[in-house]
Structure formats: structure tokens, C-alpha cells
Design a protein around this ligand. Sequence first.
Ligand code: 5MM
Length: 340
Amino acid sequence: MGFADLESVAAAMTAAGKGILAADESSGTIKKRFDKIGLESTAEARRTYREMLFTTPDIAQSISGVIFYDETLRQQTSSGVPFTACLAKLGVVPGIKVDMGAKPLAGFPNETITEGLDGLRERLMEYYKLGARFAKWRAVIDIGAGIPTSYAIHANAHALARYAALCQEQNIVPIVEPEVLMDGGHTLERCEEVTDAVLAEVFHQLAGHRIHLEGMILKPNMVISGKKCPQQASPEQVAAATVRCLRRHVPGAVPGIAFLSGGQSPAEAALHLSLMNAMGGLPWQLTFSYGRALQDAALTAWGGKSANFAAGQQAFAKWARLNALARNGRYQPGMDAQAA
Ligand code: 5MM
């Protein structure tokens, strides 16, 4: 099998001026999001919410791909069109989260290992038939007293590489997501040190597992101060440290890096991405694969009420457009207050 399909899908996912919507919240996570708006998390409520997002007018102008959760990949619009077909028709690539979540790593208190490798080959075959052309697997690395250990970094990087190899075998582009959490009181320097160690091990394992780098996407955290750190680094410091760290570890053969937002506000996530793209001269596409930073405003505007369907779509379209501007380094602070 050649790699042409993987490369063309990866190129579509990282197309200029667009980015990825992460709408792959598992049942537990979407329940937490719906709790905030006082909405019961039924299958129909989840379907309606996703229909609102996916049928946003002109979505394809700023969104290149959508990450689905298993349930959503099998759902349809109210007029009976599978969500995957509806998006693919617009040129938006459907993808699927295939990990089974971060579970406690035995013997390593407060650290996790992402599970889901058993039976993954067969699940990927089915997902391909259902229309998925890329997949996502998230490893979670927390920073705290004595953690992360090098063993937890190694175990998670190894699992990410095994997942990526199975995806490429099935002609599915792997999004490799090693997330260093921004919870906690650590400094930007500590985040950089840990992100350095994580990316070094991830690319070591990817090479060992013979991953075709041109047919994958990296989804990393930005290098940022912990939320509870008293000294918050400036946006310019975040952008500089993130690009410095990525340049050290991510080969130019990787077509694109699609950041997670990780708990940043929508405006922070857009500004950081914009500052990085404004630097220019980068070997990869720098784009977004945001969940909360794209959805928070939409969820609040919708509030679970059919009368607010269009308002929810407008809020989603606004943040998708602002992040599309950030892809070209053209997002400026305050633009969100002006944008409709
Ligand atoms: C959408 O959230 C995803 C995690 O879902 P589960 O915890 O329910 O498995 C997550 O992987 C997401 O794709 C990325 O973290 C990006 O989302 P954020 O909100 O960090 O931009």
C-alpha cells in the first residue's frame, strides 16, 4: 500500500486558513458540558447539539475536519443524512476518536495510561467503512510533585506509536495527541521542560514504529503557564516557547501541527495561534483542533433551546472564523468583541 491517500487527507486537514473542530467528547465529558447549561444528556440532545454545529452555514470556509465520538459517527441530521456524509459533501473530513480514555497507570500514583489498543485494528476497519479518514488518540501527562515520571512518558508514547501504526495500516491518518495538562501551579519553564521530554519520546517511538511522518498530524499542548501559577507568561512568551519547543522535536516532514486549547479561553487560544503564525518561516502548517475554545460560546448561546439554534451556530461560526484568521497571523485582541 502506498501513502498517497494518507498524505492527501493530511493535506486537506491542514489546508490553509482552516482548522479542525474537536467534537469528540465522550458521554461523560459531554454530560459535564451539558450540566453547565442545565440540560440532560440524552442521545437526542447530543444529536441535536452536534447537528447544530455541523450544519452551521459556511462551516467549510473555516473548518477542514471534525473529530467525532463513536455515537456521533453513527448519527444523522433530522432529515436523515448521516453526519459524516453531510460534512464530506462539503469537503470537511470526518475523523474519529479511537482511544478508550486515560486510566490509572498501575504502580505510578497520579499518572495515567491511555487504553484502547485491543481490537483497534477491527474498529478502524469499521470506522473507515463509516466514512472516517482520520483518527485521534489522546495521551494525558500531568505536571505535579514528582510527576511526570519518565516511565509514564515512555508508556504513553509507546501506545501512541502503536495506535498510529495501526491507523496507517488501515489508510487512516493518525492525529497523535500527547497533552501536557495546563492544570496546576507550574511555570511556563516547567511546561517547556516536560513538553520537551514528551515530544522527544513521542518522535522516538514514532520512528521506532515506522510511522510515515508525512501521513500524520501532531496535536500538542501549547507551552504555557499552569492555570494556578502566580506568574502568567505573556502571549508573546507562550508563542515563542511553543515554537522553540516544536522546532526542537517535530521533523519538517510532518505536514501539520493542530493545537488543542486545553482550557485556555477562546480569545487566548486564538491569540497564541495567531502570534505563532505571524512569526512565519515555519516548516509545518500550524493550525487548531480545538474543542472548548470553538464550542464554549456556541453551547452557551444555544442553551439547549431550539429557539436558539441559529444563535448557537452564529457563535460557533464566529470563533471558527477568528481562528481561521489566526491561521494567517491576522487575529488581533479585541476582534471577538467586534465580530458578529
Ligand atoms: C473534546 O474533548 C476531547 C476529550 O474528550 P474525552 O475526555 O471525553 O475523551 C479532547 O481530546 C479534545 O479533542 C482535545 O483535548 C481538544 O479539546 P480542547 O477542549 O482541549 O481544545
